[in-house]
Design a protein around this ligand. Structure first.
Ligand code: HSE
Length: 432
């Protein structure tokens, strides 16, 4: 075994970074044996240097991240600061000065993955980011390497633990969104500002990364259709239950049936209780992959948290260090397919639509005509008279598969009918 250590610079020492440093120390002998050389923490860039960091030599701590990545003796830079800048500049500077990079930065990879991969390739260095999607779950490497000989057609996942915790709480207790969010905040699952999670931004970044890797094409954050889950109600869960379904915030990446394009989207959807994703509870993540040869696969585990995310970072660190010792690099960017990303209007799925209608003769026929005029075929209709004496009824329509554009046209036309008092909810139905 080589005795001269490989040098690692850590950018960020928060929840994940401190766990990376801890595992590097406590597992040092095993990591050295697995890599074929010891690894040494050579510097830790932080914003608040005065903070006491247990197990980290204060002499290694610096506020000058740029100087650290420019040192020239660093073999691997581990970036766990998140956000676009300064992370992007630090990573490209690291490549320019000879280091490979391990990152957990989904927002940056989703936005600028192509440029970062190009920089890594130009300097013959590695860019690994297993921790960017679904925390500890091995997903990027299986998609990039284990399934490299297969053809992936669909990736559907729960890739945000905060929202899964909230939706699971609503499902199991009948709570409304705000009540479930308050509990998630009190227990530390939701951040003080939960926007990135509940509005689907976090999941959309992960969807962009997953779609690009799965379909060997370029999918950017802007290509991902996104709807958050703040409008999901207790009444939506009651409707889902009546259909034998639950509701999950899903990231769905699909190859079109003719193979000529792809789509990527994030939105709440009903899924049957019999689908494996329906049993993913609490803050767990899971990703269901469908491919030509392997068939159906599911990857499951903790999608966030210091130690689980550090596990994925350490796995990348070992791989990158092994590559460094053998003078090689691992698999880089694979976007050769150059498939267009279709707009949401072309996505085809089923819909559950809940309408408030006047309870009088001919209304059902009128509503059915609107669906027919837009080419949307109805699977089931359920009507329930209201007990409030107002003469209205709830009408629940579940469609066969239709395009999002056709469904939107249908809903717009329904809204203009005098007999339709309101569209209470529209929810996609997936996983059937
Ligand atoms: N905030 C994310 C989640 C974890 O709740 O899953 C980091 O991506």
């Amino acid at each position: 075994m080589r005795t001269r250590p490989l040098k690692v610079a850590l950018l960020g020492c928060g929840v994940v970074g401190s766990e990376v440093a801890r595992i590097m120390t406590t597992h040092a002998d095993d990591l050295a044996a697995r890599i074929g050389a010891p690894i040494e923490l050579a510097g830790v860039a932080v914003r608040r240097p005065a903070k006491v960091r247990e197990g980290i030599d204060p002499d290694l701590v610096t506020t000058d991240a740029t100087a650290l990545v420019k040192r020239g003796d660093i073999d691997v830079v581990v970036e766990v600061i998140g956000g676009i800048e300064p992370a992007r500049t630090l990573i490209t500077t690291a490549f320019e000065h000879g280091a490979s990079v391990v990152s957990a930065n989904k927002a940056l990879l989703a936005q600028d993955g192509a440029a970062l991969h190009a920089a890594a390739q130009e300097h013959k260095r590695d860019l690994y980011y297993e921790a960017a999607v679904a925390g500890a779950i091995p997903l990027i490497r299986p998609l990039r390497e284990s399934l490299a000989g297969d053809k992936i057609n669909r990736v559907m996942g729960i890739v945000n633990g905060t929202t899964n915790f909230i939706l699971d709480k609503m499902d199991s207790t009948g709570a409304g969104y705000q009540e479930a969010l308050d509990e998630a905040t009190a227990l530390g699952y939701a951040e003080a500002d939960p926007t990135a999670d509940v509005e689907g931004f976090d999941a959309a970044a992960k969807a962009a990364i997953l779609a690009g890797i799965s379909f060997h094409t370029r999918v950017r954050l802007d290509d991902v259709y996104r709807e958050g889950m703040t409008e999901v109600t207790a009444s939506d869960f009651a409707s889902a239950k009546a259909m034998g379904c639950t509701i999950k915030l899903l990231a769905i990446c699909e190859r079109a049936a003719d193979g000529g394009s792809v789509t990527a989207r994030v939105h709440p959807a009903m899924i049957p209780l019999s689908h494996p994703l329906a049993s993913v509870r609490g803050a767990y993540n899971a990703v269901f992959v469908e491919s030509d040869a392997a068939g159906q696969l599911m990857f499951y585990g903790p999608g966030a948290g210091g130690a689980p995310t550090a596990s994925a970072v350490l796995g990348d660190l070992v791989a990158v260090c092994r590559n460094k010792l053998s003078g090689s690099t691992g698999p880089g960017d694979s976007a050769y397919a150059q498939l267009p990303v279709s707009p949401m209007g072309e996505v085809v799925t089923r819909y559950h639509i809940s309408l408030d209608v006047a309870d009088k003769p001919g209304v059902l026929a009128q509503v059915a005509t609107v669906f027919a005029e837009h080419g949307v075929s109805i699977d089931t209709v359920r009507q329930q008279g209201r007990q409030d004496g107002g003469g209205d009824a709830s009408l629940v329509v579940v469609t066969h598969r239709a395009s999002d554009a056709s469904l939107n046209g249908t809903v717009e036309a329904l809204r203009s009918l005098d007999t339709v008092r309101g569209v209470a909810s529209i929810m996609r139905v997936e996983g059937e």
